[in-house]
Design a protein around this ligand. Structure first.
Ligand code: SF4
Length: 295
């Protein structure tokens, strides 16, 4: 039987050095060599290293699917949870979700090299240590995304927590000591922002009208997931359904929609289950994060 420990052992044996994957007892996965990570952080702090970009556009399969509906998505990928060593960006992460995080799916798979993980670490350190420059760059990139979408006759949308769970609605946009807006959504009131979150409903109940959240179920937040559904917020659930196979029709009495068809969660009806198929390391989860499709 494949277990979380056996898959990590297997991956660790196959990976080239110095990149390592190590389970440290709480399902934290170390995707970069500690010395390399420290060097990247040092360079970001002293200003000699900056992110190539913050918003990826058309770089991952999920957001590309939105283009058939005439949406172009700017997606930001940071280092999730406390994996960067500089900040914990996922206050409510569980052991299961840290292991199964989208961070290790697709281009983020460490078996494909460390370029993507280094870029995510650089952005995370930039966010943490160069906040003013971070906002300046993000604003520039959002403006470019809006122009690009206009040229293509498409609608720009933004997901800043591709692999993080920052409370953007309570994060002021401050550049060179000057507050530009109470949050990034207020700076772009006509642009749709959206994210998934594990924060309890009552801690993120009041949102800007252009910010949509989907609650994300883990192995340790079932009651909170049910509360979100009762309050009308949709809940993302990852099933062990194989690629190409149909998801269950319902879960705990709520309709399941296929959320793999696109990432455009703000178009969903309220209070539905956004069913996802396990990807990346999640396929090997044994924590309870992944739900049996028969449930
Ligand atoms: S909270 Fe979300 S982004 Fe953070 S580690 Fe868990 S699955 Fe990944």
């Amino acid at each position: 039987m494949i277990t979380l420990n056996s898959i990590v052992r297997d991956l660790a044996q196959r990976l080239p050095q110095p990149q390592t994957i190590r389970l440290n007892g709480t399902s934290d996965i170390e995707l970069l060599d500690a010395q390399l990570r420290a060097e990247v952080i040092r360079q970001v702090k002293d200003g000699t290293r900056v992110p190539g970009y913050l918003l990826g556009v058309g770089l991952d399969a999920k957001s590309v699917k939105g283009e058939q509906y005439h949406y172009v998505t700017g997606m930001q990928y940071l280092t999730p949870a406390d994996g960067s060593g500089v900040a914990n960006l996922c206050a409510y992460a569980s052991p299961g979700c840290k292991f199964a995080c989208l961070n290790t799916a697709g281009h983020g798979d460490p078996r494909m090299g460390d370029v993507v993980q280094l870029a995510r670490l650089t952005r995370t350190a930039y966010w943490q240590y160069q906040r003013s420059a971070y906002w300046t760059q993000l604003i520039k990139e959002i403006d470019a995304l809006i122009r690009k979408a206009k040229r293509k006759g498409m609608i720009p949308v933004i997901r800043l927590n591709g692999t993080s769970d920052i409370v953007w609605e309570r994060t002021r946009v401050v550049v060179d000591g000057v507050t530009l807006a109470s949050n990034i959504m207020a700076l772009y009131p006509h642009i749709q922002f959206y994210d998934y979150t594990k924060w309890p409903f009552n801690k993120r109940e009041t949102l800007p009208s252009n910010y949509h959240l989907t609650f994300s179920r883990s192995e340790d937040n079932h009651a909170e997931a049910m509360h979100n559904l009762a309050m009308g917020r949709s809940v993302a659930v990852v099933f062990n359904t194989r690629k190409g196979q149909p998801l269950p029709e319902s879960w705990n009495g709520y309709q399941v929609i296929d959320a793999d068809i696109s990432d455009l969660r703000f178009l969903d009806a309220n209070g539905v289950i956004c069913g996802l198929r396990a990807k990346g390391y999640a396929k090997h989860d044994d924590s309870g994060f992944i739900v049996e499709a028969s449930n």
